[in-house]
Design a protein around this ligand. Structure first.
Ligand SMILES: O=c1ccn([C@H]2C[C@H](O)[C@@H](COP(=O)(O)OP(=O)(O)OP(=O)(O)O)O2)c(=O)[nH]1
Ligand SMILES: [Mg+2]
Length: 146
């Protein structure tokens, strides 16, 4: 797997830098900068204590962690969150507790989400009167059945 060097600034010196749990992992875990308690159905924007400067042609995507999702129903409202190359603010996570009954308590220092760094293309949009045909056409939204 190739690596790209990314400048990172810690807004919270006590939190670890984002880290990959295993070699080959796509997502580097992000740490929660604050304690949060989420009632069932409640959401919150949680800081991660880090800001980055991505090279041009890259974006970072904030993804939920499957363990929090499977065990506690914790996911992200806007998953995956998009971090633009020009963004210099703190990376934040929009958590939501989808569990019907159980509140969830997140503690400062817990791994709250994961950051996936990807190359991205910029599009030049060419407006046309008619798009080229395709096998799928306009079918979608379950058109192939269950
Ligand atoms: O999960 C996320 C999503 C976004 N961001 C930051 C980085 C991103 O570059 C910026 C703007 O995000 P986005 O473009 O998704 O939000 P918007 O509602 O379109 O805001 P804006 O008008 O500032 O672009 O917010 C995060 O920290 N976490
Ligand atoms: Mg935007």
């Amino acid at each position: 797997m190739s690596t790209v060097e990314i400048l990172i600034h810690r807004l919270d010196a006590e939190l670890p830098l984002p880290a990959y749990a295993h070699p080959g992992d796509a997502g580097a875990d992000l740490y929660a900068a604050e304690d949060v308690e989420l009632a069932p159905g409640e959401r919150a924007v949680v800081g991660t204590g880090v800001a980055i400067a991505l090279p041009d042609g890259y974006a970072a995507f904030v993804h939920p962690r499957s363990g929090l999702a499977a065990r506690h129903g914790i996911t992200m409202v806007n998953a995956p969150g998009t971090v633009d190359a020009g963004y210099r603010g703190e990376i934040k996570v929009t958590l939501i507790n989808t569990d019907a009954k159980e509140p969830f308590r997140l503690q400062r220092g817990d791994r709250v989400a994961q950051l996936v760094i990807q190359r991205v293309e910029r599009a030049a949009f060419y407006e046309v009167e008619r798009l080229p045909g395709s096998m799928r056409g306009a079918n979608g939204f379950g058109s192939t059945g269950r």
